[in-house]
Design a binder for this molecule. Structure first.
Ligand code: ZN
Length: 305
């Protein structure tokens, strides 16, 4: 099931204890006004976990909150556990927004961010770049608590890197743009297993981590737009991303598990194609019944088993 209407986004009493996925952004580096940068929230037992923080992340988080996903908290204040797939700008340009905006609006607690090597440097540089504003808000009229602007950056390796009472998260290397540390994540909750590809070309590591998964959130570019770009960028796409037909083959091999109240599903975050023109759906009929297209504000409800 895919929900995009406001009344369908609201927390439902029967799903508070379940696992829910909110697609905050499914865009690409191209600044599309209808698509925010890559960002996904997984809510488990009322606790939100954020994966990636592309541009616009907090505005989309507030949009979700205003539509009833209250677990996110006002101004995204409850987004305190964050996982980053890789360091590309379209996945990280919302970092100062994530650090500063909820703090300015009331977050009092530190946030933990887990991501590839280089994350610690990025964190330090962001805090340094906004040093004047941070000092002003600490010591000026705002008098904000320093704890709310404290960022604990954790650089991760493949394998299980995070576990609490709600989720276990493991990272696996994917094949993307020559980056040594670009990760996909396998997220296991008490009632669902969700795999996020991050950005990647087709790779065996993803298949290896998709066993018994309920939901696969995968990037894709459309063959239609591929035909329109220069040969250099066609080669880049082939080496660094997954085309819609490749995703169709992958989804048919993975077969994300059915859950009791919905058909088998693969959530396709195709930032390269336009909404309402799901290339994956057009190009591979077997995927059609398994695929939901990542719209500009999608909501996937994984009800309790
Ligand atoms: Zn990337």
């Amino acid at each position: 099931m895919t929900f995009s209407d406001a009344d369908q986004l609201a927390d439902h009493p029967n799903t508070i204890s379940g696992t829910r996925i909110v697609m905050l952004g499914t865009g690409t580096p191209r600044p599309d006004p209808d698509r925010s940068g890559p960002a996904t929230v997984i809510v488990v037992n009322g606790t939100p976990y954020l994966i990636d923080f592309g541009p616009g992340v907090i505005r989309r988080a507030v949009a979700a909150y205003n539509k009833g996903v209250v677990a996110i908290g006002p101004a995204g204040a409850n987004l305190r556990t964050v996982f980053l797939t890789h360091l590309h700008a379209d996945h990280t340009a919302g970092y100062p927004d994530l650090i500063l905006t909820p703090w300015i609006l009331g977050r009092k607690h530190p946030i933990d961010v887990y991501g590839p090597k280089g994350l610690s440097d990025m964190t330090r540089h962001v805090l340094s770049a906004w040093k004047v504003d941070i000092e002003n808000r600490l010591n000026g009229i705002d008098c904000l608590p320093a704890s709310g602007c404290e960022i604990k950056a954790h650089e991760i390796d493949p394998g299980v890197f995070y576990k609490d009472r709600n989720i276990q998260v493991s990272a696996f290397r994917v094949r993307h743009a020559g980056l040594e540390n670009a990760f996909g994540f396998r997220v296991e909750t008490p009632n669902r297993t969700i795999v996020l590809s991050g950005d990647t070309a087709p790779t065996q590591s993803l298949l290896d981590n998709c066993h018994n998964c309920d939901v696969l959130i995968h990037e894709a570019y459309s063959q239609a737009t591929y035909e329109k770009v220069a040969p250099k960028w066609q080669a880049y796409r082939r080496e660094s991303h997954t085309c819609s037909t490749e995703l169709a083959e992958l989804a048919n091999r993975v077969q994300p598990a059915a859950h009791p109240d919905a058909s088998r599903e693969c959530r396709c975050c195709d930032g390269a194609a336009r909404s309402r023109r799901c290339a994956a759906r057009r190009s591979a009929s077997p995927l059609q019944r398994h695929c939901c297209y990542g719209t500009r504000f999608g909501y996937f409800l994984a009800a309790p088993k």
